[in-house]
Design a protein around this ligand. Structure first.
Ligand code: PLZ
Length: 461
């Protein structure tokens, strides 16, 4: 029996149970949403148009009194809970002292302490330095700047199904056209895409099973050769591809990239923005593969919901940049640094890591049988509390985004907040806070399972 352990979450402020007070969205949310549509750019989408008034532990509560089981964590951000007590207390105390100085103008100690923790806890047993920024995309761009500065080379290798952000450079590094790149060109150059090693849908055809990693690596080598390996500053990869569909690469692929990077003097940048900070049951997902990036990027769950990102890497790379070459007004904001120190305290005793592993065990037990039992789930995959179901015909692999949308909508209507991802939009992903109770987790998974069974019986098969 796997137990989820309680941590310091003020769950008394929001009852930890699913509750429907109105239809979803409720009347107050609908009112606020129409005002939003009148005021906010239509360039932002929304997964579930309910307005939140509180969130804690495993629950998001809306202005109509509906309580949703949180399988999103604000896209892998609020791993310690959306109103974690340690985060709230540290940030409140910092608010009283000062909100901002700009670290490039005058210094504060918390910035250094966050860098020290990251130097000590990111994969790789070598001397490191860290730079702090605000968003994930900003950190990815800075990792590229650092790699270019250190190597004197221009090119960046990225991979099929990659997601690295929405800023101009990271949008070019992201694979999916719609919605991320559509109409936003021209894209910056010197970004070259290589094969990924998706075990279900390999980028390179004509082989099966165990060869996926080896064949993808051959293709990557050919891509490097075509452009000249000595022109590449960096290769950037997510250890589990997130927005692209929660794809765990075929075994051996990441180790193979590590070898290619070493062979050609290319900086291996591991984008742990979605996978890091305990999400997959280890502090960083690279640990599952026994590899370390020359640079590791952290963001999202790093500061419990406050905007903070980090580039941590080998000392000689990080220090290759000229003084003044890196920075940003809000980079490593003091409120966000205090929040990160609180997150580190939460991670300290290993409870959240074992919670992530327990979440996987429970979800696997409830959801994995759907792969054989229905004719709509092609795969259950992921690690720790980063899990997904891909909806497709198991024989032909014809993607079924319609089913993913219908099932997700059924979950929303019953008070379970699920998200969709994947190149074909046919993957439902689970990213619960690592502090969710076992009872809530099972309730939410039960709702999802029933929705899948109902959808699959309406599919001829
Ligand atoms: N790298 C691996 O997952 C952000 C994107 C949501 P930012 N993923 C959520 C959306 O549709 O905008 C992400 C990621 C990986 C980089 C990023 C970018 O991080 O903080 O959104 O800039």
């Amino acid at each position: 029996m796997i137990e989820l352990t309680e941590t310091a979450t003020p769950s008394e402020t929001v009852p930890q149970s699913r509750h429907l007070a109105t239809a979803v969205p409720g009347p107050r949310s609908q009112e606020l949403h129409s005002e939003r549509m009148a005021q906010v750019t239509h360039g932002f989408g929304v997964v579930l148009p309910v307005f939140v008034n509180r969130a804690a532990g495993g629950i998001v509560q809306d202005v109509d009194g509906n309580r949703f089981i949180d399988f999103a964590s604000g896209i892998a951000v609020t791993s310690v809970g959306a109103s974690n007590r340690r985060v709230a207390q540290r940030v409140a105390a910092q608010l009283e002292r000062f909100t901002h100085t700009c670290f490039m103008v005058t210094e504060y100690e918390s910035f250094t302490r966050v860098c020290r923790w990251l130097n000590e806890h990111t994969p790789g047993n070598f001397p490191k330095r860290t730079a702090l920024f605000s968003t994930g995309a900003e950190a990815v761009e800075n990792a590229v700047k650092i790699a270019r500065s250190a190597t004197g080379r221009p090119n960046v290798l990225v991979f099929d199904e990659a997601y690295h952000g929405r800023s101009l450079l990271t949008m070019a590094m992201t694979a999916k056209e719609n919605p991320y790149r559509l109409n936003f060109g021209p894209l910056p150059g010197e970004v070259i895409r290589g094969a990924s090693a998706n075990p279900l849908r390999p980028s390179v055809d004509g082989h099966s099973g165990d060869d996926v990693a080896a064949i993808a690596l051959e293709s990557v080598e050919a891509t490097l050769a075509q452009h000249g390996p000595q022109t590449f500053a960096a290769m950037v990869i997510e250890p589990i591809q997130g927005e692209g569909g929660f794809i765990v690469p075929a075994p051996g692929f990441l180790q193979g990239l590590r070898r290619l990077a070493d062979l050609h003097g290319i900086v291996l940048v591991i984008d742990e923005i979605q996978t890091g900070m305990g999400r997959t049951g280890t502090l960083y997902a690279s640990e599952h593969e026994g590899i370390a990036g020359d640079i590791t990027i952290s963001a999202k769950a790093l500061a419990g919901g406050l905007p903070l990102s980090a580039v941590t890497g080998r000392e000689h790379l990080m220090n290759a940049v000229h003084a003044g070459g890196l920075g940003g007004t809000y980079a490593g904001n003091p409120l966000a640094c205090e929040a990160a120190l609180a997150v580190f305290e939460e991670l300290d005793d290993g409870t959240l890591l074992s919670n992530a592993r327990a979440i996987e065990t429970t979800a696997r037990e409830i959801l994995e049988p759907l792969v054989g039992d229905t004719s709509v789930v092609a795969q259950f995959r992921g690690r720790g509390a980063m899990l997904a179901l891909e909806f497709a015909d198991p024989e032909t692999l014809e993607p079924r985004p319609d089913l993913a949308r219908a099932i997700s909508a059924a979950c929303h209507a019953q008070g379970v907040l699920t998200l969709i991802c994947g190149t074909f939009g046919n993957v439902i992903r689970l990213l619960p806070p690592l502090v969710i109770t076992d009872e809530l987790l099972r309730d939410g998974l039960g709702v999802l399972r029933t929705a899948i069974l109902e959808a699959s019986t309406s599919v001829p098969g």
